[in-house]
Design a protein around this ligand. Sequence first.
Ligand code: ADP
Ligand code: ZN
Ligand code: ZN
Length: 736
Amino acid sequence: MEMYAGVIVDIKTSSLDRIFHYKIPAQLESKLQIGHRVLVPFGNRKVEGYIIEMTAEPTYEKSKCRDILKLLDPKPVLSEQTINLAKWMADHYLGLYAEALQLFLPPGTRYGRERVDVKTQMVYQLNDLDSIEEYLSQLSKNATRQRDVLLLLKEINGNLSATEIIQKTNSSYATLRALENKGWILKKEERVERVPEIVVFKEKPVLALTNDQENALKVIKEELNGAKRPILLDGVTGSGKTEIYLRAIADVIKQNKQAIVLVPEIALTSQIVGRFVDRFGDQVAILHSGLSEGERFDQWWKIYRGEVKIVIGARSAVFAPVQNLGLIVLDEEHETTYKQDEGSLRYHARGVALKRAKMNEALVILGSATPSLESLHKALSGEYALVQLPKRVNQRPLPSISIVDMRKEFDSGNRTMFSRELTESFQEVLENGEQAIIFLNRRGFSTFLLCRECGNVIECDNCQVSMTYHQTDNRLHCHYCSATSPVPTKCPECRSPYIRQFGTGTQQVEDYIKKTFPLASTIRMDTDSTSRKGAHQRILSLFRKKERNVLIGTQMIAKGLDFPEVTLVGVLSADLSLNFPDFRASERTFQLLSQVSGRAGRGSKPGKVIIQCYDPSHYAIRAVQKYDNKGFYQRELAFRRELQYPPYGQLIRILVTGEEKAVKDYCQQVFETIKGRLGEERIFGPVPAPLAKIKGRHRWHLILKSQLSINHHLRNLPPAPKQVNVVIDIEPHNLL
Ligand code: ADP
Ligand code: ZN
Ligand code: ZN
């Protein structure tokens, strides 16, 4: 029977995002399989496509089906499993099937845009080890280099690359050619693996688990061998969650299965990677954007060939070509980096992980000291198994947290950045030879120019966001479009000369500390100081080796770091993020402050945290101080329930950007279309987004709220005109 291949083509247009059928030419008949990457004709172009089905009954007239042109890889790169998962992603997140499929492909190999391939080198070996004496006897006396090469290859008793031979024997390519011509040595091409650099942290092996850990592992094993309900591992910072992951994975390996471990930001979590490699050695592969493309390519194929048991990586590692999946771990499951916030397929790695695990009958462990409300809600309702680790290991106390009201400091005449309490504790830490972390909460805020008389803030003309003052060139910068402008001496609105910088940057904090505390040696970690590759590692290693005693930074230093000598964490302007126009502002602030507090007192000496803020009465701040997670969650859940926000209702955002009139008109058209399908009361907008303009493009959105899943109502929206771009974001994490 003549068979046809159902292909998804690599053309990112929703009207073409469906199966096209192609004839399988005779010479490919025995080779083609589902999951193969192929080249197909499309109109008068040639495009890459992915075979997702084989059928004898194409949906297109058989005689008109065209031939597949070429096979692009010897083996199918997609499995039925990944094809199904991609299909689910396209349906659920309302994206393109082609785009979803591509997340599962080897990196850097799109047809026509290939950037990497297998790396090979030439290696040599002796033709016949037993004939070595004969070769040597035939060699003339002064051919000492040829002799050395033969002896070296005899000693190695295997392959050696040309470069290594030449280096070790001080010979040349001519020497090798001479031996090759005599037929004494053989040349062949060999694959070389580009290996990413991993810093391994040697740790004392944990011999006995704590009681809490034992109990947690017991529940995990029950689920692993039973119903496989997802596990929410809710454990305070330093409670030994990583040790639990390690043990659960060891179990999974024993069952001859594999695990994927997702971490929020690999650059900052090298510590956790190091611990995994320390425990599992070369059974570990890593996948993240910090690797070179060649390294990623080699790691991907190594996983594909089934040579590793564990894959660790950032968000996209959830797509790794693992064949026999037993477990997926999401560390710091509440982190927003798991949500894809760019492009047109706005997936959440947690959602994909849960789905993938379900398809494979694998287990998911979601770990966090501050779980997301979504996961907590499911754990409380019994959909997930809830496992808690309420204490740090080894009876180490959690740090004491004190809250300072900066309005009172101001009233009593202290106009500096540090409250009196922070100044005192900081000085003490420096005198004792300990270390401190100073954390600046500036999510979305930074040093902007504010008129003290009329309240005007200088904004970028293109983007309608406040511009940031940079000391380095004494100019204002827009962080969205990188426009710059000089610092005005008078307010452009009211001509007042009292226009000043407002808000503090890490650099100003560093200047202040240097000036005020002679014992301090500082290092900064922020977007400026970490732009170069490997900068994170260098900064953290200086601090780890105690060559610096103060680490100053933003969000980047809040999570994952484990420095036993840090006894003080100071948080400046803790509540700035509470004023953020986002229903998750309290949750984010609570998580951030809890995480950063967890950096103190991780070693033998107890830690202290001082949080400076302007509204100490806010429930998020009070809950952090008292470690009252339960109280915070209850209050926050009540608020969400009342307003039907997640986890009680689904939120969807339709964001339209482009030329102003076209954007408004199209939004209205979308509104009219879905109004009929949904009923008006669930649709908010269309309105301008809080960031109403970025890089000259106007931004409007519609927000939909509902109890039930309404994704399917958003298919087949009216076609968008060329001047606008439309993104549908299911469960958006960013409403700006
Ligand atoms: P978390 O991931 O919950 O923040 P970690 O797994 O990093 O905590 O554990 C904190 C520290 O405690 C690590 O140095 C770890 O090696 C150590 N640790 C974990 N479990 C035990 C145990 N049962 N006994 C002794 N030390 C432990
Ligand atoms: Zn003014
Ligand atoms: Zn701008």
